[in-house]
Ligand binder design. Structure first.
Ligand SMILES: [Zn+2]
Length: 301
């Protein structure tokens, strides 16, 4: 009964064609079938593995291309930032030259400050422009330059701000507005005085008008005197800072007190004929560091 027992470990595969052709019949032993099955599974497994790897490879490759593109774009943007900073630095230099200020370059040379120069920055930028990749070191260096440029810009703008503020304050302090409307009856300089006591030096400008005409401050300042002062009659003295002071004589009435701050154009008094005066007029003086100067050289025409 051995053959019958042997047949137990066999299976029969049968293929019957529909066109009633020859029937295909194969007898396979079970262990062989198991081996074929295992091989089939292994083949499927390996194929799936290879396919997955291929898909992963394609994904990584695409991501890599995108990263390279991003990197190149990033470098170009970095180079553009450097260019923008250089344009700002150039405008700063021009502005400082226009204002006759010391440029940053001159100041740096003066203080002997070290560190990377503008030339280094330009060179790095030129190198980056034609590249699609950047090293960590170059990136650090590049960011360092940008940070330094930004700090320097802030410094320059602060300097400019200070300069403009000083200039504005200086301008506001310059007595350039007419203090009262009227007719000039006596100019600054040598003259025959109305009292016939010899040739004297007239230290101001006499402006005649009706009594009670408004007298306005010709610039911002602080009142340092308001009261009677001999031949000046009722007098106001204003200190404008930067060495400038102005005097208003023969006033009818003062509207300000000592220590009071006044603005350009503010009415400070009324025109009169107090003190050594023959007719209503105001004696107006401008002094620079205490020395009387010709008001007509300061007042706007
Ligand atoms: Zn006078």
């Amino acid at each position: 009964m051995a053959p019958a027992k042997e047949k137990k470990n066999y299976v029969t595969l049968m293929m019957i064609p529909h066109n009633a052709g020859k029937t295909f019949c194969a007898q396979l032993s079970l262990p062989l079938l198991v081996i074929i099955g295992v091989l089939w599974l292994v083949t499927i497994g390996i194929s799936s593995f290879i396919l997955t790897q291929r898909v992963n490879y394609e994904t990584v490759k695409r991501a890599n291309i995108q990263l390279t593109e991003k990197n190149a774009y990033f470098i170009q943007e970095l180079a553009k930032s450097h260019e923008a900073f250089q344009r700002v630095a150039k405008i700063e230099e021009e502005l400082q030259a226009m204002l006759k200020m010391k440029t940053r370059k001159a100041l740096l040379e003066y203080t002997g400050e070290g560190g990377p120069t503008m030339a280094d920055q330009v060179q790095l930028m030129q190198t980056l422009k034609n590249r699609s990749a950047i090293t960590e070191n170059e990136f650090d260096q590049s960011l360092g330059y940008l940070r330094k440029s930004a700090t320097e810009n802030v410094d320059t703008y602060n300097e400019l701000k200070k300069y403009v503020a000083t200039q504005r304050s200086l301008l506001a302090s310059r007595p350039t507005s007419w203090p009262v409307r009227g007719w000039i009856t006596s100019r600054f300089g040598m003259r025959q005085p109305p009292f016939w006591d010899g040739l004297t030096f007239h230290q101001g400008l006499d402006i005649a008008n009706e009594e009670g005409s408004s007298v306005k401050a010709p610039a911002d300042g602080i009142v340092i005197y308001s009261g009677w002062q001999g031949s000046y009659g009722k007098l106001i003295v204003i200190d404008h800072g930067y060495g400038y002071s102005t005097r208003y004589g023969h006033l009818q009435r003062s509207l300000v007190n000592i220590g009071q701050r006044v603005k350009r154009g503010q009415v400070i008094a009324f025109l009169g004929t107090t003190g050594r005066s023959t007719a209503p007029h105001m004696h107006f003086e401008i002094r620079n560091h205490g020395v009387p100067v010709d008001p007509l050289k300061y007042l706007k025409q």
